[in-house]
Design a protein around this ligand. Structure first.
Ligand code: KIV
Ligand code: ZN
Length: 507
């Protein structure tokens, strides 16, 4: 039987402490529900003494949580501990998590306390917490820079006072895997009552080692890992939950541990957090980044098409992602190009395929990423470069504070110039209405419109990205111009060209 490792998620406490990541009550409740549903064992919901808002969110998370234990953080002072007791009252299962610094640097400069006083505070805080709750976690802040003899005494004191979990944080992300392994091992060998508590890891990522250190801690005897979704947290963040969980699953041969996490919910949790905080993860982020299961080079794509195991150590489905993404770009080969077309239900004969592949390579040299609708454009063009049936000719608008605004748009469709006038709610709306008159496309709707400045100053170039949606298919369009209304028309024309190309390919 593999040993269970308890997952203690601190996305809502340590994670929320990172600049720009604060969440409102409703967002915290959404995230907590997700964590509970995916099988997190302990949800650290906040620091109730820190603010009224924190107190309320710990209280509400306690009310709604069905399976997980809800923990609240507190300093080693009674008023803080009482705040956790009150805030976690509605929880089915709750934990008081109290901490104090143990390193010489922190004791001298931050606490301004003698080590003997720190030991007294550990005894006092943990025993007080334990009177009110059977589940008490004690943390030695800055444990990895603490003298070993003192750390052993502090841990022994906490367990003697009633701590059921002892957490050994690498608060400043300073340790390295071998050293952290030795530290945890040392505690298992030297603290006489260590068998009465679970040892926990809590590693920060300042040197990019948080997950490696946490795993080393587990190998040495820890059975709880503190972590966060997407690895968010103070400074460089905490150990990323998805990485810890998937390492146990993928390298079970070397790390025979199990967690209660339903790994298929990992992607949804990551995306929910990104949506709530407005920070997406970097594309190459392990497990949850956009490129984590994407393959672009020809050799890799060829391997993947023959056997997924060639370049994937876990399946995208195992973390709740749709499927492996063969991204077409300048490194892609003919085999991947053909497979992607088949996925788009386009079956070309050898001759057509060769010609389309040559056009694709030509475009890929000039464009970073080739989207599905680019492929449709490539295939629809009979020779040379992708054909664009519509091109922009001219635009005149009447805009201003008194509506309706009007646009007179001229385009060339298959080489024939055409002009139309329309009124709308704003000049962009008027332009798009004129476009509908010139090239009817009743089944398509504007799905997304984004405008951003590419350069600075009042003469900045504006870039418009739009998406047209038709029968569940999305067509992208980009346009750049110093006049944002012209940029909008160019973007619309770009998207419409892709839509027309798709019609001709699928006709
Ligand atoms: O990093 C740390 O030391 C902490 C403790 C409060 C557990 O977050
Ligand atoms: Zn921390």
């Amino acid at each position: 039987m593999a040993d269970k490792v308890w997952i203690f998620d601190t996305t809502l406490r340590d994670g929320e402490q990172s600049p720009g990541y604060s969440m409102n009550l409703d967002e915290k409740l959404q995230m907590a529900a997700m964590l509970d549903d995916m099988g997190v064992d302990i949800i650290e919901a906040g620091f109730p003494a820190a603010s009224k808002g924190d107190f309320e969110s710990v209280f509400k998370v306690s009310q709604q949580t069905k399976k997980a234990t809800v923990a609240g953080l507190c300093r080693a002072v009674r008023k803080d501990i009482e705040a956790v007791i009150e805030a976690t009252k509605p929880a089915k299962k709750r934990r008081i998590h109290t901490f104090i610094s143990t390193s010489p640097l922190h004791m001298k400069h931050k606490l301004q306390m003698e080590p003997s006083r720190v030991l007294e505070m550990i005894e006092d805080s943990v025993s007080y917490a334990r009177k009110h709750c059977d589940d008490v976690e004690w943390s030695a802040e800055d444990a990895t820079r603490t003298e070993h003899d003192f750390l052993c005494r502090a841990v022994e004191t906490a367990i003697h006072a009633g701590a059921t979990v002892v957490n050994i944080p690498d608060t400043v992300g300073y340790t390295i895997p071998d050293e952290y392994f030795e530290l945890i091992k040392m505690l298992t060998l030297r603290v006489p009552n260590i068998d009465k508590a679970i040892i926990s890891t809590h590693c920060h990522n300042d040197l990019g080692l948080a997950v490696a250190n946490s795993l080393a801690g587990v190998e040495a005897g820890a059975r709880q890992v503190e972590c966060t979704v997407n690895g968010i947290g103070e400074r460089a963040g905490n150990a990323a939950m998805e990485e810890v969980v998937m390492t146990f699953r993928t390298r079970h041969d070397k790390l025979p541990f199990v967690t209660g996490i339903d790994s298929k919910k990992i992607t949804a949790a990551s995306r929910l957090l990104s949506k709530i905080t407005g920070f997406s993860v970097q594309p190459n982020k392990a497990i949850v980044g956009a490129n984590a299961f994407a393959h672009e080079s020809g050799i890799h794509q060829d391997g993947m098409l023959k056997h997924a195991g060639t370049y994937e150590i876990m399946t995208p489905e195992s973390v709740g992602r749709d499927k492996t993404d063969l991204v077409l770009g300048k490194h892609s080969g003919r085999n991947a190009f053909r497979s992607k077309l088949l996925l788009l239900k386009i079956d070309l004969n050898e001759e057509e395929l060769n010609a389309a592949f040559a056009r694709f390579k030509d475009l890929a040299d000039r464009k970073k990423k080739i989207s599905d609708d680019d492929l449709l454009l490539i295939v629809s063009s009979k020779g040379g470069m992708p054909s664009e049936r519509i091109s922009f000719v001219s635009l005149a608008v009447r805009s201003g504070s008194v509506g309706p605004q009007e646009a007179e748009l001229e385009i060339a469709l298959d080489g024939q110039k055409k002009k139309a006038k329309a009124a709308g709610k704003g000049p962009v709306d008027a332009c798009f209405k004129a476009m509908k008159v010139l090239v009817p496309h009743e089944d398509a709707t504007l799905f997304n419109y984004e405008l951003k400045a590419l350069t600075q100053g009042s003469d900045a170039k504006g870039e418009v990205n739009i998406q047209l949606s038709e029968k569940g298919q999305i067509y992208h369009g980009d346009g750049v111009d110093t006049d944002v209304i012209v940029a909008s028309c160019r973007a619309y024309i770009d998207a419409l060209n892709r839509l027309l190309a798709a019609h001709s390919v699928r006709a």
